[in-house]
Design a protein around this ligand. Structure first.
Ligand code: C2E
Ligand code: MG
Ligand code: MG
Length: 283
């Protein structure tokens, strides 16, 4: 009689174990953080060629009790991998709509738009349209001043569903921006078929727009494409006057970046603007 022995080997990888443990702690903290009201919404201005503020992009942060203020790169991916993106996304939408209502009462800020980032998982939720509509209705915000930022990757799934959701919200007045444009695998036919209003040129093309002929060609091409498709363009990550001048000369009309302002808490943004209303936006 033959006897076979099965040998099973298992490896212990301390680095992997440490990563799993820290992810578990972070997830526990994030759950608590949402319950304990630790999320913060910062706002970064979007300006025109005269550097007057047209609106803002809402960018989430997490005020962690021990680790301090965390950027979205530290927790949004984890939130997307778990269902936590839903309560976070809802909080961001509700806070942004409440902010629109507050600004509507102040003539200096009443025309500002607020752009909210939407993650793929949020957009794919069958309830997405009603979640957004409820946030608008319950706050009393003017839907025409709310802008939703989508990324190219989320537009590939089911074109009919995407169209249905976008059209339903467009009918309410909500506008759509395509964020980080040029970094995904855009099918240009999507740009034609979807009811988009704005393209945001990704920062990676702006960084070297003055030194890399490929990047300047890409930026010019995006601007020409947008003009032909009747889309507005916002250049992201503008950090220098020279980049701004180049973009203005190419016909770009809206800009966002540290040159004008970093993302700020609302009190700081509005007090800076109040003291600097006629002049250039804060650097
Ligand atoms: P995004 O939507 O492309 O936002 C622009 C990011 O570029 C922001 O980083 C902003 O602070 C940064 N930025 C703007 N101008 C400059 C510049 O001149 N130089 C440099 N170096 N950076 C600049 P942030 O706030 O860290 O957000 C990173 C990403 O996290 C966002 O990229 C967005 O994809 C995601 N995110 C932020 N808030 C939310 C949210 O509420 N929900 C979801 N789902 N994602 C969010
Ligand atoms: Mg964005
Ligand atoms: Mg972007």
């Amino acid at each position: 009689m033959e006897v076979f022995f099965r040998v099973s080997l298992s490896f212990f990888d301390p680095a992997l174990q440490a990563e799993i443990t820290s992810r578990a702690f972070l997830l526990r903290d994030l759950r608590q953080g949402i319950e304990h009201d630790e999320l913060r919404l910062f706002y970064q201005p979007i300006v025109n060629s005269q550097r007057c503020i047209l609106g803002v992009e809402a960018l989430v942060r997490w005020q962690h009790p021990e680790l301090g203020l965390l950027p979205p790169s530290n927790f949004i991916t984890l939130a997307e991998q778990t269902n936590l993106i839903h309560p976070i996304g809802l909080w961001v939408l509700q806070t942004a709509c409440a902010q629109l209502v507050q600004w509507a009462r102040q003539p200096d800020f009443a025309q500002w738009t607020v752009a909210v980032n939407v993650s793929e998982r949020q957009f794919n939720d069958p309830e997405f349209v009603s979640v957004v509509e409820r946030a608008i209705d319950q706050s009393g915000a003017d839907a025409r001043l709310l802008r939703l930022e989508l990324t190219e990757s989320m537009l590939h799934d089911d074109l009919n569903k995407t169209l249905y959701k976008m059209n339903a919200l467009r009918r309410r007045g909500v506008e759509f921006s395509l964020d980080d444009f040029g970094t995904g695998y855009s099918s240009l036919s999507y740009l034609k078929k979807l009811p988009l209003n704005h393209l945001k040129i990704d920062k990676s093309f702006i960084d070297d727009v003055l030194s890399d002929p490929n990047d300047s060609a890409i930026v010019r091409t995006i601007l020409a494409l947008a003009r032909n498709l009747d889309l507005h363009v916002i250049a992201e990550g503008v950090e220098t006057d020279a980049q701004m001048d180049f973009l203005v000369n190419c016909g770009c009309a809206a800009f966002q970046g540290y040159l004008f302002s970093r993302p700020l808490p609302v009190e700081q943004l509005t007090s800076d603007c109040a003291s600097n209303m006629a002049g250039p936006a804060r650097r």
